[in-house]
Design a protein around this ligand. Structure first.
Ligand SMILES: CC(C)(COP(=O)(O)OP(=O)(O)OC[C@H]1O[C@@H](n2cnc3c(N)ncnc32)[C@H](O)[C@@H]1OP(=O)(O)O)[C@@H](O)C(=O)NCCC(=O)NCCS
Length: 321
């Protein structure tokens, strides 16, 4: 690596970074063609890298090989206390021709991040085995999956013994109860999520306000006449976690699903996920996106079974111990 120089990212690096990002995205789309095509164009990739660079508190590094920039890394903090003293590398925050050099880019950028106290680190990595491996050898581990699947060609058939229907005002009490199921589950081992637990009163008030919102399709599953689970579909544009290169065109979003603990394993999770897939077909979406904590033993098994394929890996490193 004699001719290679690593130095801080500067505004003048934006055009070169956008070309690298466009290249990375074109490679990523060979594997996941449902990701948005437009960011293969460096002019559009430039908008994304510029946004990453202009995020408050952004900093990073570039790799210069001879007189050509062949890699970059950009991170910025999020203000939410939920993530600790954090730094985030988002979907447009990195690209490198030789994945091994990501370790050098991180080595340079992380000097400032850690000096600034940014020790809780999050990186959204495209599904590229060599790049993921380079991050693993920087002490990062897998935290969260982003995934996609095409809508089904034919509506998926209903399951015997289970009725799935649109939720109505009369379902508000059970919908509120089901809203607590995911955060309660994820507070436990082995997820140990720091996410906030809403109270039942807050969940009830939320549903009173939102049950008629036509931008969200809410389904409930009944077994022996009792509601045992719920799911919600909406446009991907409603999700702040799937922006830019991670936001497929014309996609629906499986935003939520939960089944009461005593009723799991009956097929209700599948039926509720399929209800969102069928709804996406009716709306005219091409694909459906979802995401999950990889340490959630339930969703990380259920959603791949429904045909979701991982597109991005959110990796995490906590420095200090
Ligand atoms: C995730 C959840 C909604 C799934 O609901 P469920 O009713 O338990 O799931 P199902 O019985 O329909 O099973 C779904 C699929 O996962 C598979 N699955 C479930 N547990 C599994 C395990 N331990 N190993 C392998 N596959 C498993 C099932 O076999 C099924 O696939 P199949 O239909 O092809 O056989 C439910 O477990 C839940 O509420 N979990 C807590 C909250 C949560 O994680 N919500 C998801 C938010 S991202």
């Amino acid at each position: 690596m004699s001719r290679v120089v690593i130095r801080p990212f500067e505004t003048a690096d934006l055009p070169a970074a956008s070309r690298l990002l466009a290249e990375r995205h074109a490679r990523h789309r060979l594997k996941h063609p449902l990701l948005p095509a437009e960011y293969e164009d460096p002019k559009l990739a430039l908008i994304e890298v510029t946004a990453a660079w202009e995020s408050e508190g952004a900093s990073g590094s570039v790799l210069v090989d001879g007189d050509e920039v062949t890699g970059y890394l950009l991170g910025a903090p999020k203000s939410s206390p939920l993530w600790g003293p954090n730094i985030w590398v988002e979907q447009a925050g990195q690209a490198v021709r030789v994945p091994e050099y990501m370790r050098d880019l991180y080595g340079a950028a992380a000097t400032k991040w850690v000096a600034d106290g940014r020790t809780a680190q999050y990186v959204l990595v495209p599904d590229d085995a060599e790049l993921v491996d380079a991050w693993f050898r920087l002490g990062f581990g897998s935290q969260h999956a982003h995934a996609i699947r095409p809508v089904p060609a034919e509506p998926l058939a209903a399951r015997p013994n289970l009725t799935v229907r649109r939720a109505g005002r009369g379902d508000i009490p059970v919908l509120a109860e089901l809203d607590l199921v995911l955060p309660r589950h994820q507070a436990l081992s082995p997820v140990f999520s720091a996410g906030e637990l809403p109270t039942l009163e807050e969940a009830l008030a939320d549903w009173e306000e939102s049950i008629d919102d036509r931008e969200y399709a809410t389904f409930v599953a009944e077994y022996n006449g009792q509601v045992i689970g719920s799911s919600i579909g909406c446009s991907i544009e409603k999700s702040s976690a799937h922006g830019g290169l991670a936001q497929p065109d014309n996609a629906g979003f499986l935003a939520y699903a939960a089944v009461l603990p005593e009723s799991r394993g009956l097929g209700a999770g599948r039926a509720l996920g399929e209800a969102v897939l069928n709804w996406a077909v009716e709306v005219g979406y091409t694909s459906v996106v979802t995401d999950w904590r990889v340490t959630n033993l339930l969703s990380s098994r259920a959603w791949p079974r429904l045909g979701f394929v991982q597109t991005f890996h959110r990796l995490h490193r906590l420095i200090g111990y």
